[in-house]
Design a protein around this ligand. Sequence first.
Ligand code: ADP
Ligand code: MG
Length: 399
Amino acid sequence: MEVYETMNKQTIQDVNVQGKKVFVRVDFNVPMKDGVITNDTRVRATLPTLNYLLEQGAAVILGSHLGRPKGQRVPEFTLAPVAVRLGELLGREVKLAPDCVGEEVSKMAAELKSGEVLLLENLRYHKEEEKNDPEFAKALASLADVAVNDAFGVSHRAHASVEGITKFIPAVAGYLMEKEIKFVGQAVADPVRPFVAIIGGAKVSDKIGVIDNLLTKVDTLIIGGGMANTFVAAQGYSVGKSLLEEDKLDLARQLIAKAKETGVNLLLPTDMVVADRFAPDAEHKNVAVDEIPADWMALDIGADTAKAYAAALEDAKTVVWNGPMGVFEMDAFAHGTTAVAKAVAASDATSVVGGGDSISALQKTGLSDQITHISTGGGASLEFLEGKVLPGIAALADK
Ligand code: ADP
Ligand code: MG
């Protein structure tokens, strides 16, 4: 299967769920502190799918993982607080099952009526979930008539609730999943041009596959962040004490050569903000890439580079951004990231932003609402950008 074929998947709007039991795989892996949810974004994000199914008269059975209980029943990782929070958000009772499989759970699922919600206990209390055990998948499938995948963030893993279950009951995409397929999938499969990708973040090694694949797709590829140092060094400049992956210098040279071959406009920093140490109050200055002092380190792209990057984004029609341009956590080194965020927000391109740190950098600028799509799944969105077919998406029914 090719990545573009994943564009053609059925969604909850393609199936009749009236009076049906619908298993929805959600990602309720929320941050918790002392049994209290500290951020409920992931729970809220599923509301459009859940409200739609309930309005259509489905009985909704939810499955999720939380934390890493590693196949054991670890009370710390109970979904009980999520059941309470979801109940408040939906304005209806959310029953919590004592487990995700077993006789009592089957009975609760069988008795569940149209418009009712049952949250199964943590799927990863069973090691069979991550092993994609067919018996376990069958037991989950036996609870419902239809499966819905709304957990993009785990769809790069062939787990029982994501992939195995689809062998026993028909499976379709929820609204969150549909958006990921539409925006991330569209960008890599059939982008409106000019297509500009911005890749940054700490290390080249985290995103080799993404850069390599994007070099066959984009018109312009912009590189920033710590990984840019390796590209700058690969061009023969000395980068002082900057974060540098020596073992990736050859690879960086190959990627530069590949850009030439594929005719991609590869933009690398021409100047950088360098600091005398890695600290918010470090002494810092803007220098050209051939003037990085031996005992200083580059912590942001420079002012000229930021301008050039912003200019390259001006008439883009598709933008994919993953990875900050500098150490944005420190105000002194956040300018490059802010400049790029503003340029992406100002362009009339379809824009997709992914990556945990990129999303928090974007939130810091207050420009999130000017982005077309913020991709939630870290690893899953990187694999999608690498052009891989995600098993959880491939397993959904075709239109
Ligand atoms: P994302 O989570 O968006 O995928 P990454 O995790 O790849 O992004 O990278 C984000 C991290 O990279 C941030 O913590 C940031 O401080 C760091 N970083 C960016 N530029 C540099 C740099 N020049 N030197 C060191 N670290 C950097
Ligand atoms: Mg990160």
